[in-house]
Design a protein around this ligand. Structure first.
Ligand code: IPE
Ligand code: IPE
Ligand code: MG
Length: 251
């Protein structure tokens, strides 16, 4: 079933391509991350105004520590700049910030800004803006399973209680609906350790645009592509529709 007005409740974005955007212009990688931050700002606004309830952006993975120290610290500095510039407006727009990932490992000034963002927006009930930072889905699942095992060993949990809902509850995304749509920019077609458990039935839209070039208009186009998808969750197609519509097979 497709619905012309259907807006995904939860959109995840793998914001990829900052480095290549910079290289194409003969600029340092950090210039790409700076441009990426500006792009993110615009997408957050557009997502909120379109009525997306949860926006989850992949900003720094557990594997991104492999990069040069200068790039890593530059990315965290940009995060501080972003919060300093944007927190008041995010709050005014009723956006609620949440961080997915072990962000306590970030530099102290970044941790402080993140905590401030969470606290300042704690009572907002508009769009949930989830920033995945030092996030890796395997790490997330491992931590979740460890907490379950600890509870089981301590006698707080019977094995019969272990089900899919319990695992979901022990992830950073606890309480959030699974992503309906995951967008990846930058031309690569992979998840790179983003929301592995949660994306079991997500729709994927891939854009060749580098993240800094991904405009609100491109975002709306991705939502349009999503609207044409037929989601079946393992069920048979509805009666009278034996073949998935061609639109259901975009990409
Ligand atoms: C995504 O852009 C941002 C982060 C991973 C922090 P990249 O920095 O991965 O850009 P490319 O893929 O090298 O172009
Ligand atoms: C994924 O991009 C992580 C983020 C966007 C934060 P990467 O650039 O790290 O992914 P790979 O290395 O190309 O798979
Ligand atoms: Mg990349």
């Amino acid at each position: 079933m497709t619905d012309a007005n259907r807006i995904p409740v939860h959109v995840g974005i793998v914001m990829d391509g900052n480095g290549r955007w910079a290289r194409a212009r003969g600029l340092p990688r950090l210039a790409g991350h700076n441009a990426g931050m500006l792009a993110m700002k615009e997408i957050v606004k557009r997502a909120a105004s379109l009525g997306v309830r949860h926006l989850t952006v992949y900003a720094f993975s557990t594997e991104n520590w492999k990069r040069a120290a200068e790039e890593v610290s530059g990315i965290f500095n940009l995060l501080v700049v972003y919060v300093d510039r944007e927190l008041a407006e995010l709050n005014a727009n009723n956006v609620k910030v949440r961080i997915l990932g072990d962000y306590g490992k970030l530099p102290a000034n970044a941790v402080e800004r993140l905590k401030r963002s969470i606290e300042t927006t704690a009572n907002n009930d508009g769009m949930r803006f989830n920033i995945a930072l030092n996030y890796g889905s395997r790490d997330e699942i491992t931590r979740g399973l460890r907490s379950i095992a600890e509870d089981a060993l301590a006698g707080r949990l019977a094995l019969s209680e272990l089900d899919e809902a319990l695992i979901s509850d022990r992830l950073y995304t606890a309480g959030m609906p699974d992503p309906d749509l995951i967008i990846r920019t930058g031309g690569e077609r992979r998840l790179s350790n983003f929301l592995l458990w949660q994306s079991a039935y997500s729709e994927f839209v891939f854009s060749d645009a580098y993240w800094p070039d991904f405009s609100p208009r491109e975002f709306e186009k991705a939502l349009e592509e999503y609207r044409g998808r037929e989601r079946r969750f393992g069920d048979a197609p509805p009666a009278g529709q034996n073949n998935p519509s061609p639109k259901g097979r975009v990409e």
